[in-house]
Structures are given as structure tokens and as C-alpha cells.
Design a protein around this ligand. Sequence first.
Ligand code: FMN
Length: 322
Amino acid sequence: MLSTAFTELVGCEVPIQQAPMGAISPPALTLAVARAGGVGSVSAPPGIDTRDLAAQLDALVAAGAGVLAANFVTEPVDPTAVAVAATRVRMVDFFWNRPDRRLVDVAHEGGALVNWQVGSLPDAVLAAEAGVDVVTVQGTEAGGHIRGDTPLLSLLASVLRAIDIPVLAAGGIVEPRAMAAVLAAGAAGVRLGTRFVASEESGAHPEYVLALLAAGPDSTAITDGFAVCPMCATLPRARVLRSAIEAVDAMDGATVGTLLAAGAETPLPVRAGLPPHRDVRGEVHAMALYAGQGVQLVTAVQPAAKIVRELADGAEALLRVW
Ligand SMILES: Cc1cc2nc3c(=O)[nH]c(=O)nc-3n(C[C@H](O)[C@H](O)[C@H](O)COP(=O)(O)O)c2cc1C
């Protein structure tokens, strides 16, 4: 059993958090990871109705999930929604906003721990000062929106010197060697996005998954090319497959496809920051195909539980050898 300060604090079996990824991480993925002993994460999109959020979280709890996290991105975050989540999940999770003691207090009052994903040393220090229980450091290797400018190992080292709470490492980790490396470097666990996009329970559009599996070395780049999204309003930066940048640059017209929501098809603008999920139709190859630098090592679609076991058992075996 791979026990760390994170597993002991949070009560999960293995130090792996599935990254919240909107519709790419539907309840089936959250449940599978949590049941496998990791932390299953749910996205609480900006403006979500608190009754819908409560119902979604209650359903997961009733389904017998293990340890859950609920993720809030961008400002302003609705404190009422945080309070609703905090009474239902073990960990409330924030990203893409400055650490805020008020929100931390609301989560604590509801009985949850708080995790803040940051991309820089100053933000990690601010998060610790705001009273968070866990900091996730996101290196520039990560898939999706990129907060900072520093590669993972160097950011992790500087943050570990500065703060004294469990730190998760995120960015480019898809296999046991990288997980063992960051644990050996002092991380208390890992947060994985890209690897779970290629899981059986993922909500990703099949063409997105195929593009990930086909990606070779140096196949991702940080771009402002998919900036039609609320997160990009403050900082238009995300790591995607290079093939998607080339495809969108070659597009004419204002729409790239359609999005099926609440029974209606709505047009999806070219350069939308929405990663294509199963209810999207159109030129999927020219959409925001978020992928971290580890994508070249993602070669198969597997059940999420198998991914959790492969990473945890593999990292543990490697660390034992040392
Ligand atoms: C498709 C996708 C969507 C993401 N959406 C979110 C999100 O909604 N909230 C969040 O905190 N992080 C999000 N992230 C970033 C992750 O939290 C994490 O930093 C990243 O996935 C780690 O890098 P990796 O993808 O190489 O594992 C997303 C990542 C991906 C790949």
C-alpha cells in the first residue's frame, strides 16, 4: 500500500487524484477512480445551480463512491455552491483563481478539506497562507489550461521548500516511472488528467481519444488558439495537440461543429476552449484537444481502475527497489 501524507489526510488508499475535466470526466469516471482507491473529482462549472450540484454529488455518494473532490474554476466562485459541495465531498478543489481565505473557510465550515491547484511558487505560498490543506502544483507539462511558467520538478522543489502541507504533482504524469519520480522528489501524490481522457469511462469524443493514442513525441504545444472560453478570458493559455492547432488555423468560417445540450443542438464557435466530448459533432480534429506532454506514452484505452492500479503498484515497486 502506497501510503503518503496525502492518503493519510484524505483517507484514500492510493495517492492519485483524477483531474476534474468537465464533461470529459463524467460520473462514471469519478466513481471508477474513487472506487479504485484514488480521489474521484467532479467539476462544478461556473454558474451551476446549487440544487443540481447537490443532486449530482448525492448520487455519487449514494452510488458508494470512495473519496470525492468537487472542483471550482475561475472567479467569482459562488460560496453557496462551495458550501453545498463541502458537506458532501471530502475535498473541495480550486483552480484558475487566486487563493482566497473566505472560500477556504466556507469549505472547512462544511467539513471538507481544501486543495488549491497552482502554477507558481507565490501562489502556492498564498494558498498555504489562506489555510488550504493540500496544494497541487501544476507544471507546464500539463494538459489543458496552464497556470504558470515553470516545469513540474523545478516548481515542486521550490514549493516543498516553502510550505509544509502535502503537495500533489500534476503535469505530464501518465506512467509509474513519472509517478515514482515525483514521489521520490517529495510529492505526496499525483493528479492525472490526460491519462484518464483515454480511459473506458472517459466522456471524451472517440476521435479525440484516437488523436491522443496516435500522438508521438513533441506532439503538444501551449497555445492561445482556443481562447473562446471563460478561463481564457483571464489568461489564454492551454496545452493541446499540435495537430489541433494546425487544423484550427486552416479552418474557414465561424463554427467548428455543434454541441448537444438540453436536447438542442447549438453551434460551437471556432477556437472554443471546450474539449470535445461525446455530445459534440463536427470537425473534432480542429477542437481543443487538450493533452499533456506525457501523451506520447498513452497507447491504449483502459478501465480507469486498471490505470489507478498500474500507476500505484508500479510506482510502489519502483520506490521499493530504491
Ligand atoms: C481535458 C482536460 C480538461 C481539464 N479541465 C480542468 C478543469 O476543469 N479543472 C481543473 O482544475 N483542471 C483541469 N485540467 C487540468 C488538470 O487539473 C491537470 O492540471 C492536468 O490534467 C495535469 O496534466 P496531465 O493532463 O498531463 O495529467 C484539465 C486537463 C485536461 C487534460
